[in-house]
Every structure is written in C-alpha cells, then in structure tokens.
Design a protein around this ligand. Sequence first.
Ligand code: DX5
Ligand code: ZN
Length: 218
Amino acid sequence: MIKIAPSILSADFGILGEEVKRLELAGADWVHVDVMDGNFVPNITIGPGVIKHIRPYTKLPFDVHLMITLPEKYIDTFAASGADLITIHLEATKDVEGTIKHIHSLGKKAGLSINPETPFHRVVPYMGQIELLLIMTVNPGFGGQTFMRECLPKIREARRYVDNQGLDVEIEVDGGINAQTGKEAVEAGATVLAAGNALFGCTDMRREIEDWKRFRRQ
Ligand code: DX5
Ligand code: ZN
C-alpha cells in the first residue's frame, strides 16, 4: 500500500496546528516536515520548537526531513520534539553511520536522503541500516518546483536493490509530486509520496489522497 506524506511546507503557517489536524482527516499516512537551515539549502523553515507545538494535533507519524548541515548535532533535539522518522542527507554529514545509530538509539526510525545529482550507489553501504530512503526529485530548498524525470531510473535502481536484498526499506520520493508524477514514481518503485503544493493546493485533499493510493507498481 502506498503511503502519502503531505509536506506542511505548503500549509498555512499561521494555523499550522489546524493544518496538521486536517491531514489526518484527509487520509494522510505521515506528516512530512521540511526542516531547512539556510546553509545546506538556501531557505529557512521551521525548527524543533514548532514541531513540538504541532505534535499534539495528530497521531500520525512525523516524517522529519532534515535539510541541515551537520544533522548529528540536532538529533536529540528533533527526537525530543516528537519526530518518529528522522531523515538526514547523505551530503550533509561525514558521519552517516554514526548519525543513523544515534537516531536508532533514541528509538526513532532512520531515513537517508539523496539530492538529484547523488547516485544511488553512494547509499548502498547504508541500505541495511535504514528504514527509509528518501530520493529527492527536485533540488531541495523550496516547494512548488518541477519533478525531475531524470531521477526515475534512480528510483528503479533503488527498488531493484531493495527487492534483491530482501530489505524492509520504504522508498520515498519528494519534490514536484502530483497525480501524474506520483503515478510515475510509484510505477518506478516508490512506496511513499511526499507532496506539498499538489496536496495543499487542491480543492479536495481527501479525494486526491484516495486517488494517489490506488497507484501501483508496474
Ligand atoms: C523540498 C522539500 C519538499 C517540498 C515538496 O525541498 O523537501 O518536501 O516541500 O514540495 P512540492 O511537493 O511542492 O514540490
Ligand atoms: Zn521534504
């Protein structure tokens, strides 16, 4: 079953608690939280203080995507704020393995993310250690960008690897996901769709999510 993770980057920040509550009613599976530091990416969004305040508004798992340099410095803080899955970028730290272990030691699930230009083979050494691989399908930093179709072969490669090795790793895609590109990503092997603009911008999020959950791998 495909999981849908709306990105609250496209929500109304003035009523973020209510927006998060709305996701559960719309049938979302996870709440995707984009944390940006103005260093790893050229934008600044929200931090652990905000996550802590919106956490009580839903029981859905918080899928926290850290687009920050040296994520190892902030794992304790984000775990304490209420994150369930903590995803770091391969490009953001020299200590990927240690950071994954740190996330696990706090009882949280660990994700590893790669930018569009980073090849799949660079995450292979960590594939047996993570619960989630997050494949960026735009250059991270802003919502509302166009899905990069050149990332589709990487999704297929990751899918083949996970299946061949018999791993229990979700493959999430993030960036420019809509009804069309989400379908293509799932057909290529993605199991989780993170999407901001397409979900927060549609007229009936519940119906949209219902439709997306029907996508199947080819
Ligand atoms: C991009 C973020 C994404 C983004 C997705 O840097 O990681 O989660 O918010 O937004 P859309 O779906 O609008 O591309
Ligand atoms: Zn994201």
